[in-house]
Design a protein. Sequence first.
Length: 292
Amino acid sequence: MSTSAGPVPARDPVVGSVGAATPVRPQIVLYTVFGDHLVDDGLAVATSSLLDLARRVGIGEHAMRTTLARLTARGTLTRLRRGRQAYIGLSEQGRRTVLDGRARAHADVVTTDWDGVWTLVAFSLPDSLRRRRYDLRVRLEWAGFGVAQGGLWVCPRDVDVEAVLGEVDLEGLDLHDRVRAFRATTLSPTRVSRMVAEAYPLEALAAGYVAFEQRWTGTLDDPGPVDPLARRALLAADWSRVVRRDPRLPVELLPADWPAARAQTLFRDLVDRLTGPSRRQAQLDLDTVPQP
């Protein structure tokens, strides 16, 4: 555990080039830092350390402070003080979010053992509940669902729908009266390939993986990262942005030469190379304390 921020390394050229080519969201960088270096040891980190790292990956101080304030107000983050220094930790909700995101980032992006079973969900919420309708749609997309037609959501795997509903802010509303869920297999005359193409943005997903490869291919040949902590944070943030809406479809439902597995191999190779150096640098750069 470090009690003072170490010297700021020279700007990493890979961080500069990749950061210029793709938007970097403060929230994803924040979750990445917690997932890689803090959550397993139950640590809180100084606000000043987060602002310093944000600057090194191209995020302005105002944007990071705004994100910290928003996530604290939402109950994802907690604040504590040690003397004059302010620290940021995770609430139980935040811990679940970080661990869920980390697991998703490292899970296989293509399903190879599909049994042909689909989970179907249909629901109807009025405009007066549009916020919770939006939240439910977001959680369904996160779970791998796509819209087959007219309010019918489908996912080619066995999904715990109760768990998905449990992630929605119900505020006293019983969604069980408004949601219908089924488990099924397709029958003729269903054209599965057409249904998948209509339910999921396959072209956009493929383009995201190809662009990730283009941004990071060649960085494995570097003699050594100048700022491994910043590069690791940016790598994870970039990868999370690409995979966060990927439904991880079975391989038999995907177009030929699907680029996801190839991009994931590159991501994992880069993680293997950067994990050790980034952890050593985190011990020097991140001012941390145990979170009560």
